[in-house]
Design a binder for this molecule. Structure first.
Ligand code: MRU
Length: 343
């Protein structure tokens, strides 16, 4: 089974699969500076919480390599501005801030400028392999929830493209399929950026897993007809009490799932859990340009001059979540206690 590599470190450049061109074209970019990485994250050329975190770490490493000074104080001052630029790209995914936090610590712990640069590249590479490894493990745990013959509904894109690894929710589906289970998968299109139509469909097809693409508004219909056995999604930030921010539309799916008595699972590495955020109310929800709603693939679909809202994520309160599947095991209520134990 082919895994698509969204990010590859080339020593002093970052190779990035431009996800905005998929599935039409597989275009790889070679980014040599942190500003280019910041732009790629902002424009969603790389997206998905764990992949954003890994790109952010490489962005900081590239930013460090660009600083020409032998003064440690000057270097650290300029590195601070690199970190701030990367952190200003997208506010919701916890993994981005986890990555910049780790990079900052690695810099502080190293000695000379040359040593800091080496330490930062090492830390980014380490973080990349840890994130990739984590999703393989959590996929294994999660596959236990998927019964032979199950019909699984998933939202957005949570596969290799979103994680640089095996995938979170999509990783669980892939793992269950590789175990030989017969599955039916519903992939939602995921308006407005169509991560389901463009990316999940592309990954599921590559993996040879049979699936049906549905528009977001069809989910209730299929649940009501008894055609969905469980819902599994990823996460961008999980608060200490289990409230989970994920792609816009996730909350509606969770409410519908509860109404129909369907289990609703969240799959995420522990790097997505934010112990410092006590509940979903404190999570910053990214507001993106209304143009993403008013246009599809660059073509205007609405009357000129109308308003549109575009929150990129929503928060699902923990009471709707049947279990949170991480690489360190499966967590259930009371999330407040159990998430703290594993992070
Ligand atoms: O806006 P995106 O495409 O970055 O949003 C991605 C999601 O919401 C995913 O569900 C989430 O990051 C988990 S990916 C493993």
């Amino acid at each position: 089974m082919k895994d698509s590599q969204p990010l590859t470190w080339l020593g002093s450049k970052l190779r990035l699969l431009d996800q905005t061109n998929l599935p039409r074209e597989e275009v790889y970019l070679e980014l040599a500076g942190y500003q280019e990485v910041a732009q790629a994250i902002r424009e969603m050329k790389v997206r998905g919480a764990p992949a954003i975190g890994v790109a952010a770490a490489y962005g900081v490493a590239l930013g460090a390599l660009e600083i020409e000074t032998s003064s440690r104080d000057e270097f650290m001052a300029r590195l601070k501005s690199v970190l701030e630029t990367i952190e200003a790209t997208r506010p919701t995914a916890r993994n981005l801030f986890m990555a910049t936090g780790r990079m900052q610590k690695a810099a502080e712990a190293a000695g000379s400028v040359a040593e800091i640069k080496e330490a930062l590249v090492r830390e980014a590479v380490r973080l990349h392999s840890e994130e990739a490894e984590a999703t393989r493990k959590l996929a294994q745990f999660g596959a236990d929830f998927i019964k032979n013959g199950a019909s699984v509904l998933t939202h957005c894109n949570t596969g290799s493209l979103a994680t640089t690894g095996y995938g979170t929710a999509l990783g669980v589906i892939k793992y269950a399929y590789e175990q030989g289970k017969k599955l039916r998968v519903f992939a939602t299109e995921t308006r407005p950026r169509l991560q389901g139509t463009r990316l999940t469909a592309w990954e599921l097809r590559q993996a040879g897993i049979p699936f049906t693409l549905i528009t977001d508004s069809m989910a209730g219909h299929f649940m009501n007809r008894g055609e969905v056995s469980c819902v599994i999604v990823g996460a961008d930030r999980i608060a200490a009490n289990g409230d989970t921010a994920n792609k816009i539309g996730t909350y509606s799916l969770a409410v519908l799932a509860m109404e129909h008595g369907i289990p609703f699972y969240v799959a995420a590495p522990t790097t997505t859990i934010d112990p410092m955020t006590s509940s979903g109310e404190e999570i910053t929800i990214e507001e993106r340009s209304p143009d993403e709603v008013l246009n599809i693939q660059g073509v205007s679909i609405a009357p000129e001059g109308i308003k549109a809202a575009n929150p990129a994520f929503d928060v699902t309160p923990h009471l709707y979540i049947s279990a949170i599947i991480t690489e360190k095991g499966v967590v259930r209520e009371p999330y407040g206690e159990r998430l703290g134990e594993i992070v």
